[in-house]
Design a protein around this ligand. Structure first.
Ligand code: EPZ
Length: 418
């Protein structure tokens, strides 16, 4: 297993280009199943969740190739519609192949998905939405078996704007007779990227980015090359590192509109954030000022995936901050490790009250999930003294060599195998 060895306390400077978005490429890889022609994806991050999704595509008969930041998927001979439990359990987005498999093969079966331990992660919105377009679903012993060889377009009202449910239904509905309209759809930028991809390969989807998405069934698929959008959470992670450590950093190849809520919240610390075309410059010359309240909510609200990174940032701010986690019911799991670094906080259910300290101190800590692991890492590079971070495999799920990005800013961080 790998660990990070960090010698913290250095100011940051320099520039880093942001990787492609994990939460865009994962549903788009699932959507490749819909295409009878080869497709090429560019700006792909080299992360383990992508490798796991490629294993799933291989398992159903796709031919996949990966070269640096390019992935080629040829699903022309895909023929299997069953995902084994071992693969389903590896990641949440294994469940996103259900919709495209039903649309392509008329049937599909998989298992309750795995994914980061951040609280209850039901699939009822996926199931109810697929049933609305005439999918028969049988669940038992952890397995989900679907039959949908006569998909019929319908109005689908989501009780909650679930990202995954929106994406699953979009991908199934491209082969439904007539028009499907998803109401109360999730509005994340990654869904806009999925819509762009679906239309590029020959389908007809409109409205992504709004809470109402229309999918007109039918279309002949053709080859395409699709560039994955920048990762807004990695962008936010690097900006938080700049705020915590102080310095002058530039994050390049970003999509400024996708990070406006994050930039707005970080500006409350008193740092200077400016943007120029597709790069963001952050200058922080003193201890971050207080951020009084952060409430996570679906896009365009403050993203839940940035919550633990903001927890780290608030832990060294000059004041007291309140964080309310409205999306997941157990997303403070990493904070006990923050306490080892000197963070002072109180947690009650979905609320954290954090009293900032002037400096954290290095410690030996363990990551237990993706974003909490990244939060511990930026806390360590800001802290005084040495830290060891175990559980780097969780960070590798979503960050394409986080240690290299931070080293490019001048942080003292290296990966070791223990
Ligand atoms: C996606 O997960 C992301 N993952 C998550 O990113 C992200 O945190 C989340 O959206 C919210 O933005 C990918 O895109 C691969 P949801 P997803 O369905 O689709 C409830 C990361 O760190 N819900 O929008 O699983 C659920 O319990 C990961 O990159 C139901 O009740 O999220 C939660 O409270 C973590 N029933 C809320 O909706 C359902 O059927 C949001 O979940 C589905 C979800």
């Amino acid at each position: 297993m790998d660990v990070y060895k960090v010698d913290g306390g250095r100011r940051l400077s320099g520039e880093v280009s942001v990787q492609g978005a994990k939460n865009a490429i994962l549903p788009i890889l699932a959507a490749c199943i819909l295409s009878e022609k080869p497709v090429e994806l560019t700006n792909c991050p080299d992360i383990s969740d992508v490798d796991n999704m490629l294993s799933i595509l291989d398992c159903i008969g796709c031919r996949t190739q990966k070269f640096e930041d390019r992935v080629i998927v040829d699903a022309s001979d895909a023929n299997c519609c069953e995902i084994p439990q071992e693969l389903s359990k590896r990641l949440r987005s294994s469940f996103f192949v259900l919709g495209p498999m039903i649309a392509r093969f008329g049937k599909a079966s998989c298992w309750h998905p795995g994914g980061c331990e951040i609280g209850n992660r039901p699939i009822d919105l996926h199931i109810n939405g697929l049933k609305r377009i005439n999918v028969d679903i049988a669940e038992g012993f952890g397995q989900i078996k679907c039959r949908g060889d006569n998909l019929i377009g319908a109005d689908v009202h989501l009780d909650y704007p679930s990202v995954g449910a929106t994406e699953n239904i979009m991908m199934a509905a491209v082969r439904a007779e007539g028009v499907t309209v998803i109401y109360n759809a999730a509005r994340e930028p990654e869904i806009v990227d999925l819509q762009r991809f679906l239309n590029e390969i020959g389908f007809h989807v409109a409205g992504a980015g709004s809470s109402m998405i229309a999918i007109k069934g039918g279309g002949v698929t053709h080859e395409t090359t699709h560039r994955i959008i920048p990762d807004r959470i990695v962008t936010g992670t690097l900006l938080c590192a700049g705020v915590m450590c102080g310095g002058d950093i530039i994050v390049k190849e970003v999509e400024e509109n996708d990070v406006s809520a994050i930039v707005s919240k970080l500006s409350e610390t008193g740092c200077s954030i400016t943007s120029d075309h597709n790069s963001i410059r952050l200058r922080a010359n003193r201890r971050p000022g207080e951020i009084r309240l952060i409430e996570t909510s679906p896009y365009p609200g403050f993203p839940t995936d940035m919550q633990s990174l903001m927890f780290s940032t608030c832990s060294v701010a000059d004041g007291t901050s309140v964080i309310v986690e409205n999306v997941f019911d157990s997303r403070f799991k990493h904070v006990a490790e923050m306490a080892k670094m000197g963070a002072i906080y109180t947690i009650k259910d979905r609320i954290a009250v954090i009293r900032g300290v002037p400096k954290l101190t290095g410690a030996e800590v363990c990551a237990k999930e993706l974003r909490g692991g990244a939060a511990l890492t930026i806390a360590a590079i800001a802290a005084e003294g040495e830290s060891t971070i175990h559980g780097v495999e969780y960070i590798d799920r979503g960050y394409d060599k986080l240690e290299c990005m931070l080293r490019s800013f001048g942080a003292s961080i290296r990966r070791e195998t223990v």
